[in-house]
Design a protein around this ligand. Structure first.
Ligand SMILES: Cc1cc2nc3c(=O)[nH]c(=O)nc-3n(C[C@H](O)[C@H](O)[C@H](O)COP(=O)(O)O)c2cc1C
Length: 171
């Protein structure tokens, strides 16, 4: 049976740099995987802001996707020195321990390299609070990791390949 990877897109913008890194990582995983995605910016605000007692079908489906996954890839930009508020409100709504027995791969992009430690200080504790294992090779990227045409640099590509090898050894 194929393993399931779910990509959580936490940027409010389409075709974000964090998504590009995640897509390259997905491509580098073997054919043993099927790929799902949750684009948080498309979930109803009424669900995310707890304005309803009855969550929408779309929101419930996104929680089920998480429950059915072996690997969760989280791709977020850095906003105000940590992951986005969009990711926080979504995680606030997930059931306790729902990531137990699952593994998360963390990807964060920033406008500067200065906030690279915020993966360790922010994203890692967030994901661990729901019981997830974490791939030790996290990826933080800033503009110097991209070439002039907006493509991923060789150095960043090699970090992605290395994380992919670790994922496939662990799961
Ligand atoms: C509201 C807002 C806050 C931001 N705060 C930070 C920050 O604290 N540190 C940083 O390095 N970049 C910051 N940035 C820049 C983004 O992290 C950067 O542009 C990132 O690459 C965007 O990723 P994306 O293309 O995946 O959306 C901020 C951008 C926005 C819009």
């Amino acid at each position: 049976m194929k393993k399931v990877s779910t990509l959580i897109l936490a940027s409010p913008f389409p075709q974000s740099s964090s998504e590009k890194i995640a897509r390259q990582l997905e491509k580098s995983l073997s054919t043993d995987w099927t790929f799902e995605e949750i684009d948080l910016s498309t979930l109803p605000a009424n669900d995310l802001l707890l304005r309803t007692k009855t969550p929408s079908e779309k929101f419930n489906h996104s929680v089920k996707q998480i429950m059915d996954s072996d690997l969760i890839i989280i791709a977020t930009p850095t906003y105000r020195a940590t992951y986005t508020g969009l990711l926080k409100v979504f995680f606030d709504l997930l059931p306790q321990d729902c990531l137990k027995g699952k593994t998360s791969m963390l990807i964060q992009t920033g406008g500067s390299p200065d906030h690279f430690l915020s993966i360790e200080m922010g994203l890692v504790p967030l994901v661990r609070s729901l019981g997830s294992n974490i791939i030790s090779q996290t990826i933080y990227s800033s503009p110097s990791d991209w070439d002039k045409s907006g493509e991923i640099s060789i150095e960043l590509s090699s970090k992605i390949s290395s994380a992919s090898i670790e994922i496939q050894k662990q799961i």
